[in-house]
Design a protein around this ligand. Sequence first.
Ligand SMILES: Cc1ncc(COP(=O)(O)O)c(C=O)c1O
Length: 399
Amino acid sequence: MGDYMMKDVFPILSREVNGHRLVYLDNAATTQKPQVVIDAMADFYSTSNANVHRAVHTLAGEATEGYEACRITLKSMYNAPRAIITSGTTEAINLVAHAWGRANLSKGDVVVLTEMEHHSDIVPWQMLCDSIGIELRYVPVQDGELDMDAFAVSLEGASLVCVVHTSNVLGVRNPVEKVISMAKENGIRVLLDAAQAVPHETIDFLELGADFMAFSAHKMCGPTGIGALLVNEETFAEMEPFMGGGDMIETVTLEGSTYQSNEHRFEAGTPRIAEAVGWNAALNWLGEQDLSSHHKRMLSAARSVSNALKERGITVYSRLGDGDAAVVSFNHPTIHPEDFARLLDAQGIAVRTGHHCAQPLMARLGITGTIRASFYLYNDQDDADALIAGVDKVLEAMA
Ligand SMILES: Cc1ncc(COP(=O)(O)O)c(C=O)c1O
């Protein structure tokens, strides 16, 4: 599909912002939705809306089928034995901390994290540290990359490694294959934060060999409020229910309860039904895209932005290697990131500023935030050129 056609599939991209064509470059925060996803959700509410699992009537059957279809797609697309549906990456990681961590870790057990993690892969572990006394070790970042020598040392006696596959700040794709094989050689479980990875590459979960993989629908053309935790069978068997309530039980008496043995065990209460229908549509749509050729095009557009910024004396933190996501994080020596982003917004260009929920990485880089332009499937060289022209206008205005 050519770029022109691709933009047509996303209705929001035809709107104007502040009198200009919208140039949406905040995709690492959330992506836009193709018409098929919007239609699938509207269609569900218009024709099949009901609760799942509990009733024999036709609509309940359709709602259940719609919800479970998302799980079936997740399992087949990522080759995952188990797919627990959550509200997103954040809930998926918290679920690991509660359902696996509390059942399998105790005082003094070591969890290895990296300085590159999103807050959602730091704070749940710090909370577990406060409540049961686990020890946290952080792998340092050197020149924007994981220090693999320090990683090797950190594995000594560890129980779990939690690592971000692709950084939301720098776009750096970590050497996850190596990270996993080193952890596995030492009998250590691995949790992969794949929030910024699955939008750009299809991952074979079993082949990659992690025990847990967390990601969010909204970063891959799906709706907000839904995500998944993929788990292998061995680790799934070690997880204890965390949230109690309807749907996750087999029997309840006043004396006690028994729980479902499949993924429903971890999905208490009414789940995200319309969102699952929308995500399934997004996954199927993404499955038809040639992600690797989109990736090359996005990287080339991002590199042109990076080069132009450097030529203008602006610091770029992203390395944009072949496997990295097309994310350009940058700072001007004197213009405040928020002023910069507001002046871009006045030209219809959406970028993100701030610490991007990665304050420890910011501390390592010696800054408090960046301006971040992140590309996705519908972005093209026109968008990169619009950003460069927009930057020139900002520089002119602030000169
Ligand atoms: C790398 C990474 N991990 C985790 C998250 C958290 O995702 P969510 O807010 O969808 O739970 C994000 C979102 O920005 C992210 O980029």
